[in-house]
Design a protein around this ligand. Structure first.
Ligand code: Z5A
Length: 221
């Protein structure tokens, strides 16, 4: 894999505990070894201001946040993140690895909470302004496995606080998973579904292989 003039935008998606952070770390190592400058980031968040919105949107308990407001907050954070981090990095030729992007809004707020797809797509059009991921890796696994991994990770880290999503029902995460798989079915050019039930080493190896495939695609935006 070699450095190139134009940066690539890769997003990682999946339910909680799917292994996105684990795969992001492996892809970052691979790219760095190849001499490519990589920005690893996340949504909601990624810049100081967008991280403030993250804290607001994930916090539990203070006041009711409607699904519409939740959607608007996700896109507000996304607009700041794209303007201040993602677009400048891509313009410098860096590769951007982003833990969650608009597919998360489609899956969580759309499929999970029932927000109208047209509402989401109109906001996406305004905020993306033509920018779409070059590649989306969807780490797919059964809901109970993802939730158990996340629970174990929290226990190991001694984290007691759970956010607004971590208290959601099993059925909610089933809808989110189905929403993600539907996006991948509709957009096979952009999305690759990886079997996230396999070992971390196996999942990371497949993800690296898929990412290498980007080298052979056209370099125009
Ligand atoms: N959200 C939304 O609703 N709408 C939006 O538009 C956006 C986000 C952008 C925060 O996301 C919440 O925001 C999210 C959706 C919502 N809530 N939920 N659910 P987040 O990405 O910050 O939080 P998360 O999904 O909870 O991330 P996570 O739990 O950290 O998951 P992960 O990064 O995919 O997994 P991981 O940390 O790499 O792995 C979890 C554990 O499993 C860890 O102990 C690993 O060592 C282990 N692991 C990883 N891979 C494997 C394999 N292959 N085998 C065995 N064990 C593994």
């Amino acid at each position: 894999m070699s450095a190139r003039a134009r940066g690539r935008f890769i997003t990682l998606e999946g339910i909680e505990g799917a292994g996105k952070s684990t795969v992001t770390a492996a892809l970052t190592r691979e790219l760095t070894t190849a001499g490519i400058v990589v920005r690893s980031t996340r949504e909601p968040g990624g810049t100081p201001l967008a991280e403030k919105i993250r804290r607001v949107v994930l916090a539990r308990g203070e006041e009711r946040v409607s699904p519409e407001t939740e959607t608007l907050l996700m896109f507000a954070a996304r607009a700041i993140h794209l303007d201040n981090l993602v677009r400048p990095a891509l313009a410098r030729g860096e590769w951007v690895l982003c833990d969650r992007f608009t597919d998360a809004t489609r899956a969580y707020q759309g499929a999970g909470r029932g927000i109208d797809a047209q509402f989401i797509e109109s906001l996406a059009g305004a905020v993306h302004r033509g920018l779409e991921p070059d590649l989306t890796l969807l780490l797919d696994l059964p809901v109970e496995m993802g939730l158990e991994r996340a629970r174990q990770r929290r226990l190991a880290a001694g984290e007691a606080v759970v956010d607004r999503f971590e208290t959601e029902t099993h059925q909610f995460f089933e809808r989110v998973r189905a929403g993600y798989l539907e996006i991948a079915r509709r957009e096979p050019q952009r999305c690759r579904v990886l079997d996230a039930t396999r070992s971390p080493a196996e999942v990371c190896a497949v993800a690296i292989d898929v990412m290498r495939g980007l080298e052979f695609r056209g370099s125009e935006t």
